[in-house]
Design a protein around this ligand. Structure first.
Ligand code: PGA
Length: 246
């Protein structure tokens, strides 16, 4: 089974920095990454540049960090799925906790964006995860299953969907890296409810070389979605090699 290893650059990198990263990645011997599906999710400004540098036959998939549910129109500040597809995106990240917390993303808008992404033949990467207080109360499974059900409500064929379980308490510089026992129950529940029905379930939140292998060892984890540890291309390549050598 394919192991997904990807990174979102979040709100980082100029075009020159994006070009350097993509050039190094394209020049790396990719034959060693057998069985791995790498992907990178640059900011919207750098999508077409990264797409051009990687070229049309690159095995590395490209994603957008967000896209609106309408195809076009008077939506100042937004980009649509057809626009990010035109710029080279094959994946659309939807519902990251930073968007839910700071940009009023709701289960309803996540659901609309999933539908729009599938309508245009792209892969939605749907992020779900509970905040620290929900984890502390032992209610992670219910929270995450509710978010996934809402995101995929009305979607007839979910086989193109990627899920990323990213507990809010594990994400970012203030986050606490998760242990396998922290996340096992949620992955088991996701496998039971969505296992055969989606393309894969990834884990994200403070993933780095010290915890990547243990995280991938958890039943039901099909990949890693990485922030800070892959913002340098050496970090990303290091993780790809680490996963390849497991
Ligand atoms: P992090 O980000 O690896 O920097 O914690 C992960 C994410 O937000 O997906």
């Amino acid at each position: 089974m394919t192991t997904w290893v990807g990174t979102s650059w979040k709100m980082n990198k100029t075009l020159a920095q994006a070009r350097d990263y993509a050039r190094t990645l394209a020049a790396t011997d990719q034959r060693r990454w057998r069985g791995i599906q790498p992907f990178i999710i640059p900011p919207a400004t750098a999508l077409s540049t990264v797409s051009e540098v990687l070229g049309p036959r690159s095995p590395i998939l490209l994603g957008a960090q967000n896209a609106h549910w309408e195809d076009a129109g008077a939506w100042t500040g937004e980009v649509s799925v057809p626009q990010v597809a035109d710029a080279g995106a094959q994946i659309v990240e939807i519902g990251h906790s930073e968007r839910r917390e700071f940009f009023a993303e709701t289960d309803e808008t996540v659901n609309l964006k999933v539908a729009a992404t599938l309508r245009h033949g792209l892969t939605p990467l749907v992020c779900v995860g509970e905040p620290a207080d929900v984890f502390a109360r032992g209610e992670s499974v219910a929270h995450v299953l509710r978010q996934v059900r809402a995101a995929l409500d009305g979607v007839r064929d979910t086989s193109g969907v990627l899920l990323a379980y990213e507990p809010v308490w594990a994400i970012g510089s203030g986050g606490r890296p998760a242990t396998p026992s922290d996340i096992g129950e949620v992955f088991a529940a996701l496998a039971t409810e969505w296992g055969g029905a989606v393309r894969g379930v990834l884990f994200g939140g403070s993933v780095d070389p010290s915890n990547a292998a243990a995280t991938l060892g958890v039943d039901g984890v099909h990949g890693l979605f990485v922030g800070r540890a892959a913002w340098d291309v050496e970090g990303f390549v290091g993780l790809l090699e680490l996963v390849a050598s497991r």
